[in-house]
Design a protein around this ligand. Sequence first.
Ligand code: UVW
Length: 330
Amino acid sequence: MPTMSDFHSAADRVRNWGRWGDEDEIGTLNFIDEEKMREAGALVKKGAVFSLGLDFGSGGPQGDFLFRNNPIHVMTVDGGDAEHFVQHSKDWTANPTAHQISQFFADNPFRFNDDMIIMPLQAATQWDALSHTYYDGKLYNGFPASAVTSQGATRCGIDKVIDKGIATRGVLLDVVAHRGDEVCLDPAVVITPEELDEVADRQGVAVGRGDIVVVRTGWCENWRRTGERGAMATTGLSWTCAEWLHEREVAAVAADNLTVEVQQSEIDGVFLPFHLLCERDMGMMLGEYWDVTALAADCAQDGVYEFQLIAPPLSVVGAVGSPVNPIAIK
Ligand code: UVW
């Protein structure tokens, strides 16, 4: 089993600190330039849109992870409120604002509904910001871990990437189809760089500078069919795929599972090493729970595994991640 020292050697090889200046907070998104965006736009041929976002609701994928809940959706105004104010307008005479509202509803046909949502920003389909994971007291580009406090991230927050879009060429790597599995990978599968090359070769697609690589493990399909959240949790990329992405100057990586990488320990004493290498050392954002079911079916049908990918996070100031509804357009 690889050791902590192997991890540190890999980190030294992939580290992009200073590559785009000492103040850079967007990392490998810098690989997406104007030419790349034009190339991505030209991939739209049939006018077919695929949403890769899961529903944000009580039936989401959270459940057995202590720190996160499914979104809680609450109505804050509905039709009942207007009728209540109309019927009880005389009860509100001591409260000028409420009285004014009750008069408004009594005199005007206008009605409205409002709502709010309470959710971890890591609840369903999401981006990890570069401030999400770190080690040895440092974030991406050497910013101190203390830049993230209970007030939020003053460095590498998700709001820092907003100006990038995010819009570029997406490439689906369908490991499920490559292995001939029907729905999903076996939980024990560890996807290696060699396998990523095999998948790309089989699909006749090359991964390059500024791309977002989207990996299909079948997790979302399996979860939707069986309701199982935990059993399929372990399959994903090997930590060694970080170097594969680094060499190709990929802009970001996403998958249809919780962690993109395998959850089982690959290195003695380092949990989620791929996260640490990508986010903290390379400055590469991870996209999680991206549901590629419909996209994968279309790619299998027309043999085209590249598309324009548009996946802007919400500009939540100081957040270390964001919900997203990625759109693939072919
Ligand atoms: C952690 O890194 C803890 O979670 P995620 O896989 O959602 O990024």
